[in-house]
Design a protein around this ligand. Structure first.
Ligand code: SF4
Ligand code: SF4
Length: 205
């Protein structure tokens, strides 16, 4: 019994002289390796609002809301509930731009209110010029335009959205008249594009 006590005494004296073996966290932040997966956050410049990260999230921790308020600019809001996140990395791995979301080294994520445990990014939505339904985020359409290069000219909506962003397009005025073939030169949702294309091909039905 005597020797173990002496060993503990030696360890206590050593600890007083040299300091404790353990890290003084939380008084000081612990050193972290580069590969640590802390809180995932969006990069508003790199994200195009496509929602692919929400599609691949295995625990549905990412919510996609298209907000269309009367009189306001429609926008898409992506909300990452990091209280539900399992830090699997699928959202980072499958991010369309590979620059929209990444892990930080922030690992102190405990809190008292789950509603505050969110990371968000918002992206302006482009509405259809005929029915006003949102087509998709403007940044997403521009990303497709740049990605496709010359092939983008095969898609009128993508091309016109890019011209809008460059300030190169003057919108044709529109009143309550029926559809006609001039409506082809508008930013349209798939349903309205189909209606205008059929009208142009087959005439009024
Ligand atoms: S760009 Fe990346 S982070 Fe942004 S919505 Fe698409 S997949 Fe998610
Ligand atoms: S790290 Fe995994 S669980 Fe967390 S938001 Fe991304 S895909 Fe979902």
């Amino acid at each position: 019994m005597k020797w173990p006590k002496l060993r503990e005494l030696k360890e206590a004296v050593t600890a007083v002289v040299k300091g404790p073996y353990t890290h003084p966290f939380p008084a000081e932040p612990a050193p972290l390796p580069d590969w640590i997966r802390g809180k995932p956050v969006y990069d508003a410049d790199g994200c195009i609002g496509c929602g692919a990260c929400a599609e691949v999230c295995p625990v549905r921790a990412i919510e996609v809301q298209d907000v269309v308020a009367a009189g306001g600019t429609p926008f898409r809001r992506l909300t990452l509930h990091y209280d539900n996140c399992v830090f699997c990395g699928e959202c980072v791995r499958h991010c369309t731009t590979q620059a929209g979301i990444d892990f930080t080294q922030d690992y102190e994520l405990s809190g008292f209110d789950r509603a505050e445990m969110v990371e968000q990014v918002e992206k302006e939505l482009v509405p259809c010029e005929l029915c006003n339904r949102p087509i998709g985020p403007r940044d997403h359409l521009l990303w497709i335009y740049r990605k496709l290069g010359a092939l983008a000219y095969s898609n009128v909506t993508v091309t016109l959205a890019a011209q809008d962003a460059l300030g190169l397009r003057e919108r044709l005025p529109r009143d309550d008249r029926p559809l006609d073939r001039t409506d082809i030169q508008r930013v349209l949702c798939p349903a309205c594009r189909r209606s205008v294309t059929l009208l142009d091909e087959w005439g009024p039905v």
